[in-house]
Design a protein around this ligand. Structure first.
Ligand SMILES: Nc1nc2c(ncn2[C@@H]2O[C@H](COP(=O)(O)OP(=O)(O)OP(=O)(O)O)[C@@H](O)[C@H]2O)c(=O)[nH]1
Ligand SMILES: [Mg+2]
Length: 491
């Protein structure tokens, strides 16, 4: 299978990249960090908060190099790749800090280089290393990552899996229209552009519906069907899985042959270049998960999130079992699975959130048969938009979170104006992590109402010092994430 997937020129190109990467690395050690997550997971906010806290010497007690005062300075430098858009750090920070609004949704890849000058903790290292680390941070739409498994799947495999997934209880009603249409189509009929388009549009509409808040599903390839970018309307995006494909090769000129060709074109022209140019060069990876939204939507969404994480991990699995590993020029040695937006919960629930995500990651690691990289888990809030308090209700004292809900958010019929601060009791996460994955009891979302209820908050108001300097963005366990992701390179 491998030979049909990689051409000689791919491998040669990757070898060259590796070589030049290594050569460059001699002069300035660099670490490439991939920030992955489905859309709205919090990638842009995470990167902005990470850079802001490092540049402004934020409070990072669990980040050893910072805590022990060994970081001399952190600053932005010109990024290594001229052809990749720069991550608009300054704009995002201005929005967060000055206007207290969240950054807009990102639609394409971007990159940023942060250089850290530090003093090594060991005298031996101090002698040999320059005490300088360049952190290259790559931000890209998470949906695109879910395309990687397609590289190993034929059109028939893809069709079979897509059909099986569409029939799951949590998706069946959303996919009904597309499945009904697909059932009327004979794959052996003559290829016809209008049929292809109707099928593709119906399939894309189903994928988009899965992504909405109420379902919050995660495993939705092909990623460009959700975020087409400049490929909108191109033949490489005008295909759909087909029903009842035989084992025989499709007749030339048939609809099946056409769909298959376009599926292969999607892999060759969309998935592979992205993979080759960005993913194979990563050293570390953080996978951001908005578990809050999936928890809100129910066990079906949690199971789907787990499937997405499993598929992602299988792409990074080293060894012979993985056709993708031959392509890697560097080896990802650490992956952090981070539940974001923990500031929506009182800290008493953080351990439970972390237990749920650990449970999810552990099962994904087992299912993906994953070894070779350290995988860790953290419940994190890249930007902490709330503070904590208590509210008395009758004899009970409830732990609450206090913040400014975004304009238009609602709770119990009240609509917020985006100005007033409010105390909210978000509810408790279940004590046992298993409970949130259990689809046997309630397969439809919201059968018993959501376990937790959350509203979106505005970014926090930052204090200014007497000199008028704005303090760094508050966070929850961003320092722990940093320690895991880059701490060893600053030892
Ligand atoms: N309270 C809180 N909200 C957050 C945090 N991170 C992200 N959010 C919310 O989640 C939304 C999405 O965050 P982004 O960082 O833009 O998400 P993204 O992964 O870059 O999304 P795309 O660019 O659409 O792929 C924000 O607009 C905030 O409402 C956080 O740490 N705390
Ligand atoms: Mg973004």
């Amino acid at each position: 299978m491998a030979s049909s997937l990689t051409t000689f020129s791919d491998e040669a190109k990757i070898a060259l990249d590796t070589f030049s990467g290594r050569a460059a690395g001699l002069f300035s050690p660099s670490l490439r960090l991939g920030v992955t997550g489905l859309s709205r997971a919090g990638k842009t906010v995470f990167i902005s908060a990470l850079v802001h806290n490092l540049i402004h010497g934020g409070r990072l007690p669990l980040f050893e190099a910072q805590k022990s005062g060994r970081i001399a300075r952190a600053f932005l430098e010109e990024q290594p790749d001229d052809a990749v858009p720069r991550f608009q750090y300054e704009d995002h920070i201005a929005a967060l800090v000055n206007d207290r609004v969240w950054p807009e949704s990102t639609r394409a890849i971007s990159e940023l280089r942060l250089t850290i000058e530090f003093e090594s903790a060991s005298g031996w290292n101090r002698m040999f290393s320059a005490g300088k680390l360049s952190l290259d941070i790559v931000d890209y739409p998470g949906e695109w990552l879910l395309d990687l498994p397609l590289l190993g799947k034929s059109f028939a495999d893809f069709s079979r899996e897509a059909m099986a997934m569409a029939a799951l209880p949590v998706r069946a009603d959303l996919s009904e229209g597309w499945r009904a249409l697909a059932a009327t189509i004979d794959p052996n009929a003559d290829a016809d552009e209008m049929t292809a388009r109707r099928l593709a549009e119906s399939f894309a509409a189903y994928l988009k519906a899965c992504k909405l808040d109420e379902r919050a599903l995660s495993t939705l390839p092909p990623g460009r069907f959700l975020m087409p970018g400049d490929l909108e309307g191109s033949p490489a995006l005008t295909f759909s899985p087909l029903l009842a494909l035989g084992d025989r090769r499709p007749r030339s000129g048939s609809l099946q042959a056409m769909m298959e060709r376009r599926y292969e074109a999607y892999k060759t022209h969309v998935v592979k270049p992205f993979f080759r140019e960005h993913i194979t060069r990563l050293d570390r990876q953080i996978v951001l998960i908005d578990a809050m939204q999936a928890l809100n939507a129910g066990p079906g969404a949690m199971a789907d999130l787990e499937r997405a994480v499993t598929e992602i991990l299988s792409c990074f699995r080293p060894g012979r079992g993985n056709f993708l590993t031959d392509l890697f020029s560097r080896r990802i040695d650490r992956i952090l699975v981070a539940a974001t937006k923990a500031d929506h919960l009182h800290h008493e629930s953080h351990d439970r959130l972390q237990a749920i995500v650990r449970r999810l990651a552990d099962r994904a690691v087992t299912r993906a048969n994953f070894t070779g990289a350290d995988v860790d888990v953290v419940a994190m809030g890249a930007v902490r938009a709330t503070r904590e308090g208590t509210v008395k209700q009758g004899r009970e004292t409830l732990p609450v979170i206090i913040g400014t809900p975004l304009k238009g958010e609602r709770i119990n019929g009240d609509t917020f104006d985006g100005k007033a601060e409010t105390a909210i009791f978000p509810g408790d996460l279940p004590e046992k992590a298993d409970a949130v994955f259990d689809v046997s009891g309630s397969q439809q979302p919201d059968a018993n109402g959501p376990a937790i209820r959350f509203v979106r908050f505005r970014p926090p108001k930052l204090e200014r010092t007497a000199e008028g300097v704005t303090l760094s963005l508050p966070h929850i366990r961003l320092d722990r994430a940093l320690q895991f992701l880059i701490g060893d390179h600053l030892a």
